[in-house]
Design a protein around this ligand. Sequence first.
Ligand SMILES: [Zn+2]
Length: 120
Amino acid sequence: MAQNTLDDTLLASLKDVLLRKRAEILAASTGTKPLPASMDVNSRQGDLADQASGNNEVHIQLKLKQTDAKILQAIEEALFRMEKGVYGICRDCGDPIAPARLEAIPWTRVCITCKQKQNS
Ligand SMILES: [Zn+2]
């Protein structure tokens, strides 16, 4: 298994970015009403439907929240990998992820090579 090759200073600053981003998403998500669990969508109560009707902003917010939720999960995973000392290792091939890529997207799970394979 590949070892973590990132230096402590970079690791600390990336952790800081992850924690800040997580706080940002959590703060944004608590500013709106909590959504019902997904299995309740088909049986949602009348007043929720009334609030949503005729309001396009609601749909835009829902879309943003889905993206945020994905990033949030990736951030949690990245922080977990930091705890384990395996942060910066590609999930797919096990090679170290380039520090420049981690600085651009600290919550990325895969190296640029594997990412390109996914897209092609
Ligand atoms: Zn890879």
